[in-house]
Design a protein around this ligand. Structure first.
Ligand SMILES: C[S@@+](CC[C@H](N)C(=O)[O-])C[C@H]1O[C@@H](n2cnc3c(N)ncnc32)[C@H](O)[C@@H]1O
Length: 339
């Protein structure tokens, strides 16, 4: 994604960067003849600062002052971990205000012609107001999906939804049904943790995700698993699988595309194959307060499935555990059979 936007000879500055996002972007552009000359963050990011001649600023205004003689043409502005910060509406508002201020200030740096926003979840009115603002200052905006942003803003290993242990509901299902071998696809694999567990259990595993840098470290460390950048809604996979696991992907797909999702699952799953799915439940009674902002969709226990191809074998209430093993929200665990 970044590679498609950043072009040769670009001179880049990073807004609200952190060491992790700096490193990833640096690795992405290493083959292009372009440079990251500096960035701003109100907290010191020592590693980035200590590498070569990176100009560190603590605000946009400070950045402008430090850019004497250098002419960046691209600003990558991170809407800083909006997902992680999205505890309540007032914080989203605050983050948004901060971004608008950055844009206004950057408008005074005349050479900036590209701004990339990496945002997870901003409501549509805010998006419109940001666009309006940018058009007034004659800049070209790009938006990147929330998942790209989230994985650039936080290491996939510590991102809040990355559960380190095998998902307990999947584990229980595999044990109780004595499922021990076969081909498994992990849809929306993220850091690849669940795929690694399945591989250790003896399955032949493929993991796909929209965001390749989410699984890049697992890809290096676990050569026995096939990881691939792929959109499940337009999958390029040609293989078929005995089992599919989806922990948190389906519930982030726009409801208008659920049909398409099941069309693809139908192509990928062998007859009598099983889809194990963990989704955020419509029972939000004990959810973390305000988490709705970051995760807009919920799935009910009588969710839509194309009955000509699938049958719900089991559905039970469950929890969606975080990287620190706390419950993020109420979930449902489905076992769906292809008939
Ligand atoms: C909540 S995260 C869960 C990640 C992982 N399954 C886990 O349990 O940690 C959802 C994942 O689905 C991926 N995703 C979302 N939409 C997708 C799509 N259309 N195709 C493939 N992956 C997608 C996101 O990039 C993200 O990594």
């Amino acid at each position: 994604m970044i590679e498609q936007i950043v072009k040769e000879n670009d001179v880049i500055i990073l807004g609200n960067f952190n060491n992790y996002s700096h490193e990833i972007i640096q690795n992405k552009i290493v083959d292009l003849d372009c440079r990251i000359i500096g960035g701003w963050n109100f907290q010191e990011q020592e590693e980035a600062v200590s590498t070569n001649d990176f100009l560190f600023a603590d605000s946009v205004v400070d950045m402008k002052n430090k850019l004497t003689g250098q002419k960046p043409n691209t600003a990558l502005i991170f809407i800083k971990s909006a997902i992680l910060d999205a505890i309540n509406n007032s914080m989203i508002q605050e983050v948004t205000e901060e971004i608008l201020t950055d844009i206004r200030d950057l408008g005074k740096i005349e050479t900036i012609d590209k701004i990339i926003f990496l945002s997870f979840n901003i409501d549509i009115l805010t998006v419109r107001s940001i666009y309006k603002e940018i058009h007034n200052t004659k800049m070209t905006p790009y938006f990147i999906t929330g998942f790209h942003a989230a994985y650039l803003g936080a290491n996939p290993e510590v991102i809040m939804w990355n559960q380190l242990e095998i998902d307990p509901d999947l584990d229980e299902e595999l044990r109780s049904e004595n499922i021990t071998s076969g081909k498994f696809l992990d849809v929306g694999t993220g850091s690849g943790r669940q795929a690694i567990w399945l591989h250790k259990r003896g399955f032949n595993v493929t993991g796909i995700d929209l965001v390749p840098y989410a699984f890049s470290s697992a890809q290096i460390n676990e050569p026995g698993i096939r990881f691939q950048e792929d959109n499940i809604l337009h999958t390029k996979l040609e293989d078929t699988y005995d089992y599919i696991f989806d922990r948190g992907c389906y519930h982030s797909i726009d409801p208008s595309e659920r049909n398409l999702y099941f069309e693809q699952i139908n192509k990928l799953l062998n007859k009598d194959g099983l889809l194990f799915m963990k989704c955020r439940s419509t029972d939000i009674s004990t959810d973390t307060e305000g988490y709705h902002n970051a995760m807009p969709y919920c799935i009910s226990k009588d969710m839509y499935i194309p009955e000509e191809h699938f049958q719900v074998k089991k559905v039970r209430p469950a929890e969606y555990l975080s990287s620190s093993n706390k419950s993020l929200f109420n979930a449902l665990f489905f076992v769906i059979k292809k008939i």
